[in-house]
Design a protein around this ligand. Structure first.
Ligand SMILES: Cc1ncc(COP(=O)(O)O)c(C=O)c1O
Length: 429
């Protein structure tokens, strides 16, 4: 039986409506920005395999480091034990993360990195006898993951609808525009002294529709948040490791977070790993002679040595000048393409064309805005026919390629985007 049929008999895929799913495409291997199916057809991975891949698939340097580590130590309980890759990675991350962070807590994906951050923030206040600080402040349209705590601090949406009665109450505010400062202030005033932490995706709300917001008004907001002693949690799960240009999006903001969440590009996309970095002050509030202040959180694969080795290898590659140049190159290409081609071809049909770092996004003005818009299926299907893997968020089309993508491959993505109005007009819908 064909792999796709065997798959459909036994597998339940994420974010997939199986009633009308055409069947998963078996991928046999990956190389650079390309994924190859079992018949050898190549697809440009224009979404970096759910935003995780930085340096390309099957990267020999990362693969070699994982292999070497696997021969030494593949996994060990991380309570009484430690190991070189975990310590080295923590040292290196603390050296490059913005702000003044001094401890790394490991988990194994973006959602758990967020759960850890939220629990840390709540217990931070409890451990100081200030349990009244227990509310979380978050942005409308945010997305922080699919576990229950991470869903709670995400904007209420199609994704969270079935669980609405289970999610804890969160104080939501709009992303700052400069025009809504008073509105936001009145919300903060209403909850003064009760907010434990503010969680945000710095400058880019990704799954919420690749929405970019400005650093200036965000700095104003962060200033008042700091004045109220609210802990800041920067969710850099997507924005980390160069996606928005600088190594971390938070570098573009004046007020550093006391907690930062990382995952996705952390290992270059090769292994599952999550990190929650925090300040010394937070760590110290968890110290007590007995267990009364202990942070009771951990996962079986916390600080998995293979994942830590992959992350160290990815950092080596990121530190090379050629990698920084590639990030710059993609950014410049996107900007030129938007200015010289997309804004002209897309006139009337494309809206809100935008670029941040290596990410380009726009909306197709057809039907309802949002994830449920079925235009995504058509765009995805047409892209696959052209050897491109795109996964629009409803009517929001975006490119988020691995940094190793070649100029020819980027051009191919652009040519496809320019063809969208044509196939929509010729009755593709
Ligand atoms: C900003 C942000 N936070 C958290 C997550 C959750 O990460 P994971 O899918 O690894 O659980 C995501 C995933 O897209 C994300 O974009």
């Amino acid at each position: 039986m064909h792999l796709s049929e065997r798959d459909s008999q036994v597998i339940w895929h994420p974010y997939t409506q199986h009633q009308n799913h055409p069947g998963a495409i078996p991928i046999a291997r990956g190389e650079g920005a390309l994924l190859f199916d079992e018949n050898g057809h190549a697809y440009i991975d224009a979404v970096s395999s759910w935003w995780v891949n930085l340096h390309g698939h099957g990267h020999p340097y990362i693969a070699e480091k994982i292999y070497r580590q696997a021969l030494m130590l593949e996994q060990v309980i991380f309570t009484h034990f430690t190991h070189e890759p975990a310590v080295r990675l923590a040292e290196r991350l603390l050296g490059i993360l913005p702000g003044n962070l001094s401890k790394i807590f490991y988990s194994d994906n973006g959602s758990t990195a967020v759960e850890v951050a939220l629990k840390m923030a709540i217990q931070y206040w409890q451990n100081q006898g200030m349990g009244e600080r227990k509310k979380i402040l978050a942005f409308d349209n945010a997305y922080h993951g699919d576990t229950v705590g991470a869903m709670s601090v995400s904007g209420r949406s199609l994704f969270t609808r079935a669980f609405k009665d289970l999610l804890f109450d969160v104080v939501f505010i709009e992303t700052p525009t400069g025009l809504n400062a008073n509105k936001i202030k009145s919300v903060l005033d209403a909850h003064r002294g009760q907010i434990a932490a503010f969680i945000y995706e710095p400058l880019l709300q990704a799954a919420g529709g690749m929405r970019i917001y400005e650093a200036g008004p965000m700095d104003e907001l962060l200033k008042s948040i700091h004045q109220e002693n609210i802990l800041c949690i920067a969710d850099e799960v997507l924005t980390g490791f160069g996606r928005t240009g600088p190594l971390f999006a938070s570098e573009q903001l004046q007020y550093p977070a006391q907690i930062i969440c990382l995952s996705k590009g952390l290992t270059g996309g090769a292994m599952a790993l999550g990190v929650t970095a925090c300040s010394k002050k937070i760590f110290e509030t968890f110290l007590s002679p007995g267990h009364e202040k202990t942070f009771f959180h951990g996962h079986s694969f916390t600080a998995n040595p293979l994942a830590c080795s992959a992350a160290l290898a990815s950092l080596d590659l990121l530190e090379e000048k050629t990698c920084r140049d590639k990030i710059q190159f993609i950014h410049k290409q996107h900007e030129q393409f938007c200015k010289n081609e997309l804004s002209i071809t897309g006139r009337g049909l494309f809206d809100n064309i935008r670029v941040i770092g290596t990410i380009l996004a726009f909306e197709i003005k057809l039907g309802e805005s949002g994830y449920a818009n079925r235009i995504s299926n058509l765009v995805m299907q047409k892209a696959l026919e052209k050897g491109i893997y795109l996964r629009p968020l409803g009517n929001t089309v975006y490119l988020l390629p691995p940094y190793c993508i070649s100029p020819e491959q980027i051009r191919k993505l652009y040519d496809f985007i320019l063809s969208i109005p044509v196939f929509i007009e010729t009755g593709g819908l």
